[in-house]
Write a protein that binds this ligand. Structure first.
Ligand SMILES: Cc1cc2nc3c(=O)[nH]c(=O)nc-3n(C[C@H](O)[C@H](O)[C@H](O)COP(=O)(O)OP(=O)(O)OC[C@H]3O[C@@H](n4cnc5c(N)ncnc54)[C@H](O)[C@@H]3O)c2cc1C
Length: 397
């Protein structure tokens, strides 16, 4: 009996149309401008508005909140196409920062709606969710502190209740889009020590006491601004608390880390795929000792190894995205996908620079940018060692 294989969720007509839309947007609005944005050290607000206008920022979010619908597979397609058509890690990080912030606000919206508290739900939707998905406001997530990022349960920023307000004091660092953000989801301690005391708040950055203390310079992601923030007696309304008091914040962060890790894994294999494409093209054109590099078996074998590692990471991560979209728990899978894709990416970008020779080391060559940009992937969103340790715990070892 001949059985037809199930259709590939990445190849449905709607998703092919989404891929074409992102490819066109990237080639038109992003690729020609990256070098300028890298020099200016930030993305323009117009880019957020343009991406919002065609619904890209809303992919993965419900339509009643101003989103475009779709799921993790659609979000994965956006990242893949961004890189395949000349985008960069810095653009992805800076344009889609809301992906790590807004899900926490949406959880609070849904909890308010379930309790019949439509006033607070609508306030969160209108002040934070809709304008961000439309590209009119920029969102960031502020968890990491100068004393440490991996150990989230021990953060020190404090939030104290005072009448019908919260007063927040503390410092955050390495915050993506922190210098441009209009809204920031802030993790602060409302209770005792450890994970149980962590809560999340939605903060409007025009609030007195919110300060961008420094714009940080870094190895890569130059067009994505990264900031140090301070909160000095910052008073925010009671309803800005997003998570149930005592413990809700850490649980919310842990729950949404899975999606962030799938996104970082996708960034890693998409960076590798683009670097491989550029290197194949280069190996066909560049001649040494009278022959194209591609004629050398040692080069072809390296290209095959780059291809193998990229494909393993792509197929594993896509499978995790499909499971996540189906509502399955992917805590372990997401961790393994991130480590697998980051390892593949590190190998591929290193070989890409090597095969490009001196040109690969020059500022302005695309492989040089990918080499620098991708170095963060094994550090942010959970460092590789921390991911491996978490995998051991999730496996019960
Ligand atoms: C460009 C950039 C953008 C970022 N964006 C954001 C953002 O938007 N919001 C936000 O909140 N944070 C953000 N971060 C912070 C990022 O999440 C942290 O850098 C990361 O979690 C690691 O924390 P840390 O830098 O404090 O390193 P530490 O926690 O001090 O760890 C240092 C290193 O030690 C090793 N290590 C740590 N723990 C263990 C362990 N248990 N066992 C073995 N080895 C270990 C790892 O190699 C790790 O890289 C960003 C960081 C960068 C660089």
């Amino acid at each position: 009996m001949v059985t037809t294989p199930p259709p590939d969720p990445f190849e449905t007509p709607d998703r092919k149309a989404l891929a074409a839309l992102v490819a066109d947007f990237t080639m038109r609005e992003i690729a020609p401008n990256i070098d300028t944005w890298e020099r200016e050290l930030e993305l323009p607000r117009e880019l957020h508005k343009a991406a919002g206008a065609i619904g890209l920022l809303g992919v993965g979010y419900a339509e009643d909140l101003g989103g475009s619908g779709g799921d993790t597979v659609d979000a994965t397609i956006i990242t893949e196409q961004l890189f395949a058509n000349g985008g960069s890690g810095g653009v992805g990080a800076g344009l889609f920062t809301h992906g790590i912030a807004i899900p926490h606000v949406i959880d609070a919206v849904r909890a308010h709606q379930a309790n019949g508290n439509t006033g607070d739900a609508d306030w969160l939707i209108d002040s934070f969710v809709r304008p961000v998905l439309a590209g009119e406001k920029i969102a960031a997530l502020a968890v990491t502190e100068p004393d440490g990022g991996s150990d989230v349960a021990h953060l020190r920023t404090s939030a104290k209740q005072s009448g019908d307000s919260w007063v927040i004091n503390g410092n955050k660092t390495f915050i993506t889009s922190g210098a441009r953000a209009d809204v920031v989801v802030v993790a602060a301690r409302t209770g005792g020590p450890g994970a149980e005391g962590v809560s999340l708040f939605a903060v409007d950055t025009s609030t007195p006491g919110f300060e961008v203390t420094r714009r940080l310079e870094k190895m890569g992601w130059h067009c994505s601004d990264t900031a140090e923030l301070a909160f000095v007696d910052m008073v925010i309304p009671e309803r800005a608390l997003l998570t149930p008091n005592n413990g809700g914040g850490f649980a919310s962060l842990a729950r949404h880390f899975a999606l962030e890790r799938i996104s970082l894994a996708t960034t890693a294999y998409s960076t590798a795929a683009r670097s491989l494409d550029l290197t194949i093209e280069w190996a066909r054109e560049r001649e040494t000792f009278g022959q194209p590099l591609m004629n050398r078996q040692v080069i072809r074998h390296q290209l095959v190894e780059m291809y193998r590692q990229t494909e393993v990471a792509r197929s594993f991560t896509r499978n995790v995205a499909i499971k996540h979209a189906a509502g399955e728990s992917v805590l372990l899978d997401a961790v393994l996908a991130k480590n697998t894709a980051v390892e593949a990416c590190e190998y591929v970008v290193d070989r890409a620079v090597q095969i490009h020779g001196g040109y690969g080391y020059m500022t302005g060559s695309e492989v040089e940018r990918h080499y620098r940009d991708s170095r963060i992937l094994g550090i942010g969103g959970g460092a590789t060692e921390v991911m491996t340790d978490l995998a051991a715990k999730l496996l019960g070892w």
